[in-house]
Design a protein. Structure first.
Length: 296
């Protein structure tokens, strides 16, 4: 049985850890509210923009000519993996790693074997993980430090430029979608090429609108498609940001509860050890007294 000093030290250590996890939970909760507000404001805009783009694409049909809609044989692939800058968020980051590895094995094994697969790591954890396995496109490991559309726009433009130039034949995003504090779902979405058939038509009223194009439908599409792609990546980053804080808040809440349970066990052990020590001392005193009495 451990001595009293060891148990006291462990109790002090667990109490300190519990205070830290409580503080981290409160910080994550405060950041989550802001991140949740951001993604809830972004979703309707992104959905509406995609709806308009889908309607215009459907009207254009086969006449649509866009450098972002060119379908080529998939020889070179770019995967955009979005994680967090910090850990202590449960399986938040590891889920993205597992999904990315599963995607490579099931869909891009040939490209990976021929070294034709590139990763753009958004977030420090993704940068550290995938950086050990090969060269990365760009340096976006501190995006979440000052999260803004301009920062994400640079990453989107780099991926779009690579697709236009033929450096990549397909661009795919892997990220955590925010559902609620306790639920984050890993999503794998194709960013490029943009296929007309994949553009959703949001509602009947919008789809039946008779558009008047000025200056021309093609010029409008050439402006709208790049903007939509940038918004799509920015939305994925915002989803990941909210998911991170939700995952960390849940993880720290569980860690705090586990620390509380451990404290109960340690205090019980401490009381038992202390009682055993007192009992031993009493027995020694009684034994000594009896020995003195017998010697007289």
């Amino acid at each position: 049985m451990a001595n009293l000093k060891e148990v006291r030290n462990r109790i002090t250590s667990v109490q300190s850890t519990q205070q830290i996890t409580k503080a981290m939970k409160m910080v994550a909760a405060a950041k989550l509210r802001r991140a949740q507000d951001n993604i809830l404001r972004m979703r309707p805009y992104a959905q509406r923009l995609n709806g308009i783009l889908g309607n215009l694409t459907a009207l254009a049909g086969e006449e649509l000519q866009s450098e972002y809609a060119v379908v080529r044989d998939v020889r070179r692939v770019l995967i955009i993996a979005i994680t967090s800058d910090r850990g202590l968020a449960g399986a938040f980051n590891s889920n993205v790693f597992k999904a990315t590895n599963a995607l490579v094995q099931s869909r891009y094994a040939e490209q990976a074997a021929s070294r034709s697969l590139t990763v753009m790591a958004i977030g420090k954890k993704a940068h550290e993980y995938f950086g050990k396995r090969g060269p990365l496109l760009g340096d976006y490991q501190h995006v979440f430090g000052q999260l803004s559309f301009d920062t994400v726009r640079q990453a989107a433009e780099q991926a779009m430029d690579g697709f236009r130039s033929g450096e990549y034949d397909e661009v795919v995003m892997v990220y955590n979608e925010f559902r609620n504090v306790a639920t984050q779902v890993v999503r794998v979405e194709q960013l490029l090429p943009l296929l007309p058939s994949e553009q959703p038509i949001t509602d009947t009223a919008t789809s039946n609108v008779d558009y008047i194009f000025s200056p021309s439908q093609q010029e409008i599409m050439e402006t709208l498609i790049p903007q939509s792609l940038k918004i799509q990546l920015y939305k994925a980053v915002l989803e990941s940001n909210a998911s991170e804080h939700g995952a960390r808040m849940t993880a720290m809440d569980k860690a705090t509860d586990n620390a509380g349970e451990l404290l109960k066990e340690l205090k019980l052990t401490y009381n038992r050890t202390r009682q055993a020590a007192i009992t031993t001392e009493i027995l020694e005193i009684v034994g000594g007294a009896e020995a003195l009495a017998a010697s007289r």
